[in-house]
Structure formats: C-alpha cells, structure tokens
Design a protein around this ligand. Structure first.
Ligand code: AMP
Length: 403
C-alpha cells in the first residue's frame, strides 16, 4: 500500500515524494480513507506514529480541491511547541498545493500578538492554535470561524489534563454545526468519551496500540560518526561482559559488510539474512541459542519473533527506520523479566529518526558523545524536530529532484 492508493491529489503526492515519505504508517492507513470520506473520527494514537500527517494530508487534499478559499480548518493543540510543529508539517506538505497556515499561540510579547492578528486579517486555509490564545483572539473579534469545515483536536487528553474542557466547548460554539470533527488522543479516559459524545457525530474509532519496551532494558545511545562505529562495537565487546549479542543494521548489504569488518578484527560473528539457504540459517540460530556463537548480525527480520533467551546486548548499528522497529529490536533482550542492554549508534543523519523513537517510547535516552581521533564530537541537537531538519530534508530532496 502506498500513498497513491488513497487517490490523493498529484501535487500532494509530489510533496510526499519530495519529503521521502514512501509508505503510510498504520495510523495513516486507517485514518486517511475515513477522513477523506468525511467521517468524524476518534483516534487513539501517540506522537511518533505519524498521526499529524494522518489528518493533515486528507485535509490538504480537500483544500486543494476547494475553489473559494476561506479559513477552512481549525486545529487545536495543547502547547505552543506542538502547534508550531504541526504548522511546520503543514507548511512542508502544502509546498506544492500552496495552502496557507497560521499558528496562534500564547507567550511572547505584544509584537507576537500583533503579528498573529495581522496574519489572521490576511487570512489562511488552516489555523493551528492553543486554546487560551485562540479564545483571546476570538474575543478580540479578530477571527471568523463561520466557514470552518474541519475541526481537529490534537492530544485531546493533554488538553483536558491542562483544564481546557470549557475553553474547547466555548471555541466550538463559534463553529458551524455542520463540520467534520477529528479527535486525536494518546489515551482514552472517560472524560475524553464525554467530550467526544458532546462534539462528534457518529464517529468512527481507530486505535493504534504500541507496546512499550520492557522495564529491564538499559537503553543508551552513542553519538558517532560512521567511521567510528566498527571500533565502538569492538570496544563494547572487548570491555563489556556480553555473552550473547545481536547487532542490527538497516540493509542486507550493511549486514554483510559489517560481518566482514568484524571478522577482520577477529570477532566471531555470523550474518543472518535472506540470501542464506534455510539449513544455513537454522545452523546459525542453533549455534546462537546454544551460546556457541556470541554475535549475530541481521536486519529487522531478526527483530520479529526470534525468541532466544539470555541475549545480553542489542546494538542498533544504524537507527531503525521505523520507531516501532526500535521496540521490536530492543525487545530481543531482557525477555521474561531479565535484564539487558540496548545501545543505539546515532550519526548526524539519524538524529531525527532517534527523536521520533524517543517520542514514541515517551522517554529520553541518555546519549554519550564519542570523540574521534581529532577529539571532535558530534553534538546532539535536542531541538531536532520537524523544524529545521524537516525543512532541510524537504528542500534537499526537492533540490535533488530538480537537478
Ligand atoms: P507524529 O506522530 O505526527 O509526531 O510524526 C512523527 C514523525 O514521523 C514526523 O517526523 C513525521 O515527519 C514522520 N512521519 C510521519 N509519517 C511518515 C511516513 N509515512 N513516512 C516517514 N516518516 C513519517
């Protein structure tokens, strides 16, 4: 299944292509057709699952097909950070269909208020707002919500925890009764049900269940340059006391390459991949289970299903492309309430992927910078998010395509 199968507007597909989004995530697979079909929706999904694109893409698709454009969509989010992040995603996706958006959030000084007010006067297709500031702008008479066709509440559970229930109801009183309403929430406590019953009409429901990594896994990350990775594996295996180790690399070619590099420095490893004959694979797995083989190297196929007891260390030689793969990979260690260690190597390019992993598992993982022979280190940018990295990736891909 690709984004093409949703029959999205060609320009929007070009935008997705330019951003390197090739495959819809599970929430996108389920939500996009329902939103395109004008259904109301309750979606239980966390940050990191691709939930923003799940509602932004079908909404932009509708906007692209609308002729007389007014303020069409209102997105309400609990915090300024989330509002900005959503705005940046909208900006990226709408590059090709030239839809416009404004973020309205509190904080800042009087000039922020004036800028937001001015932007509202100029008009936009989409407003992304935090509840408090939105109410202030509404009361100041700066906004007309009477043409809004889509209302999206993002991280609704957090908004209710922050005490925004009444504000949300008040905002909704400014909206037309005929509209599409989408409610996204990481959890579904009873108060979310109460809100949903009040503001949604015959909603469809979807839920993306994510299992969290086991408590017994010590998770660490090293900030490395590619050239340092093999040396770091060697160091970890020599200094650490790990009897049974799985190393994950992202492609079959990388698995084979790493295997020869480790053999060259006398580490007894075996590569496990789909080019091997079945008896060969079985023999490797038997040796690994019996602890006659210390190190096995594989792609994500190894992360699903293999149940070997006593794996003490999982190394992500490359950050996994999909955050859920991270959970599957590291779940190979610390099985059945034992302890284990999971180490991820992050190069500069993988920092954003790692940020996505951290948002999915809901925690920050300690990061250790590794100096190279010149003493230079990669630094981690805690702000790495959809902001600059997203735009840079987007622009780079567009430039690549137009060259
Ligand atoms: P979210 O859960 O909306 O916060 O999204 C988390 C991250 O996933 C963002 O960095 C998105 O750019 C990225 N993302 C969302 N959908 C896809 C996809 N289909 N392919 C690749 N990356 C995606």
């Amino acid at each position: 299944m690709t984004f093409k199968d949703f029959n999205l507007n060609q320009q929007l597909l070009n935008g997705l292509d330019a951003m390197g989004f090739s495959k819809p995530t599970p929430i996108q697979l389920q939500a996009i057709p329902l939103i395109l079909a004008n259904k109301d929706l309750i979606a239980c999904a966390q940050t990191g699952t691709g939930k923003t694109a799940a509602y932004v893409l079908p909404i932009l698709n509708k906007i692209a097909e609308t002729e007389n454009r007014n303020l069409n969509t209102l997105i309400i989010a609990p915090t300024r950070e989330l509002a900005l992040q959503i705005d940046q995603q909208v900006e990226g996706f709408s590059y090709f269909i030239s839809a416009s958006s404004i973020a309205i959030y509190g904080g800042g000084d009087g000039s922020t208020w004036d800028q937001q007010k001015k932007a509202l006067k100029e008009g936009a297709d989409i407003v992304i707002a935090t509840p408090g500031r939105l109410i202030a702008q509404l009361q100041a008479g700066d906004m007309d919500l009477s043409q809004v066709q889509h209302l999206i509440l993002d991280e609704a559970d957090r908004m209710l925890d922050m005490g925004f229930f009444d504000d949300i109801i008040k905002i909704i009183s400014y909206l037309p009764i005929q509209r599409q309403t989408l409610l996204f929430s990481a959890t579904m406590p009873p108060k979310i049900r109460t809100l949903a019953n009040k503001i949604l009409k015959n909603p469809e429901e979807i839920s993306i269940a994510i299992s969290k990594p086991a408590e017994g896994i010590l998770q660490l990350a090293y900030l490395v340059k590619d050239a340092q990775k093999v040396g770091l594996v060697q160091l970890l295996l020599e200094k650490g006391n790990f009897s049974s180790v799985i190393i994950f690399a992202s492609t079959k070619e990388n698995v084979k390459k790493l295997d020869s590099e480790l053999q060259a420095i006398n580490i007894a490893s075996k590569a496990f991949h789909s080019d091997l004959e079945q008896p060969e694979r079985e023999s490797i797995m038997r040796d690994f289970k019996a602890k006659r083989l210390q190190v096995i190297i594989g792609t994500d196929i190894l992360s699903r299903g293999i149940d070997v007891e006593g794996i003490s260390l999982v190394i992500n030689f490359d950050a996994p492309p999909d955050p859920e793969d991270y959970i599957h990979r590291i779940g190979r260690t610390a099985r059945a309430a034992t302890k284990g260690t999971a180490i991820t190597f992050i190069n500069l390019k993988d920092q954003q992927k790692f940020k996505r992993i951290e948002s999915l598992i809901g925690k920050e993982i300690p990061k250790i910078p590794v100096p190279d022979s010149q003493g230079d280190m990669i630094s981690y940018d805690p702000e790495v998010n959809l902001g600059s990295t997203f735009k840079n990736r987007f622009r780079k891909n567009i430039n690549k395509k137009s060259n």
